[in-house]
Write a protein that binds this ligand. Sequence first.
Ligand code: TXE
Length: 526
Amino acid sequence: MSAVLSFPTAQDEIISYNPATREEFGRAGCASVEEVRAAVQKSRQAFEKWKETSFKERARFVMRAREIILDELDEIARLISDESGKPIAEALSMEIAPVLDLMQYFARNAAKILKPERINIGLYATMGRTSKIIYKPLGTVGIIPAWNYPFSIPLGEAVMALMAGNAVIVKPSELTPFIGLKIGEIFEKVGLPENVLQVVTGDGRTGAALVDAGIEKIMFTGSVATGKKIAESAAKHLTSVVLELGGKDPMIVFADANLKLAAQGAIWGAFCNSGQSCSSVERLYVEESVAEEFTELIVEKTKRLNQNSGDKETTDVAAMSSERQIKIVEDHIESFRNEGAKILTGGKRNANLKGAFYEPTVISNATNEMRGMREETFGPTLPIATFKAEQEAIDLANDSDFGLTASVWTGDLEKGRRVAEKILAGTVCVNEVLYTHGIGQTPWGGFKQSGYGRTHGRHGLMELVAPQHIHVNRALLAPNAWWLPYSPLAVETFRGFARHFAGGSLRQTIKLAPQLLKRIKELRGK
Ligand code: TXE
């Protein structure tokens, strides 16, 4: 019996809070192991029919779901803001708009990306063989997202999985179950066949039960620790996993960058969603000669940010998602102080607001040895360090357990590209920051402890299908020279294969023809 099965199976309940007011937002069920198993059973049945639908039919459901989202735009934005704490502006710009774009892109392009592919099989083709790849759906895809992008991440992944012909089970974060349930409601409204997409609310135990149910794929977004547990548990069933884990993303600012733009970029990259993005700027390295001027710009702009509850349209920085998250930030700031860094602005909770609000915080004199420069903070903090030379900046950026994204800011685009290619991260932007998760066409995922596998783009879609190789021999007259039984003539022919055929040259291979014919004649006689 595996460890996860020993979790309590009794029906339980999770309580969701509005982090800006600390008031209860609502209660949702916490699905038991049995309930998860029942959902998987229903999912398997639904998959049998869904996998037979055409891309056109699947696209119709997705495009109708887009329409529902557009009809309920403000209501959904408000739900996202209230349950996760983020500003309404970001619910629209960072969750709803990008996922609507992803939906139209995959609805219109999945068929093209997954169309059967003819493979060039070299000299085997001269023997009358053909090969093609078809892409088959996997079965049930389990999506286990975090609370930081509770709408766009699970919805985007669900749309891709559905377009590929899979059935989907979403287990939303226990901090944001109602946003997850909204995704289920949208697909119910468009009449998606029953159980093709299910939303099962619950906490880590429910997630663990889903992983232990032996489904075909897990798409996980969350912490490194949980990601490792999931990989371990999934391995027991050989369930393949995509892990989108944390980041400690560096931003390098060279002296020749447009400093005003870079400062604005840094502030958005570090403080949007209260710094709770896996691709947030968590370490800033600025060239020493402009460090003072640049840091002043950052501090001045940070002080002007408006912190308030997310429901107000003028709010720049809102509440953090939970008390637990704010405590991690406090702990990192405390260690920055103790290790000799300087807090230039912020560095404390916002005493004027009652919820989980931490002031946007700028830190100077940071070094890579400090704990706050090594562990993921996931909060509104911007620690700044300096460098003198290009190679030093690259080394500092790469000196991390993580490798999700990075950005390089410079007026010299050639230098930007050169430095970008030397940084070990899944995405590196030049004069841009954080936002490429919003481009559904481009792959998303990390190196090192940031996880493996990709979501989004062609590479992300390929995670949700299994390539099947169909090989056909059209030459039906002769046996293959490599079949049984063997003989001295066979061995001599195979030497010829090794010397000539395996070199890939038709001219060389023709030399083999007389011997090959003899060998085939030999086999025909058997
Ligand atoms: O994530 P968890 P948490 C980082 C960030 C944050 C830390 C912890 O540093 O402070 O992770 O966040 C489900 N089997 N990121 O605790 O625990 C859980 O119910 C299966 C980075 O919220 O990893 C939720 O749905 N599922 C990150 C999801 O996993 C399990 C985003 C994430 O929870 C499970 C969020 C189990 N054993 C946090 N245990 C990013 N990359 O963006 C929990 N879950």
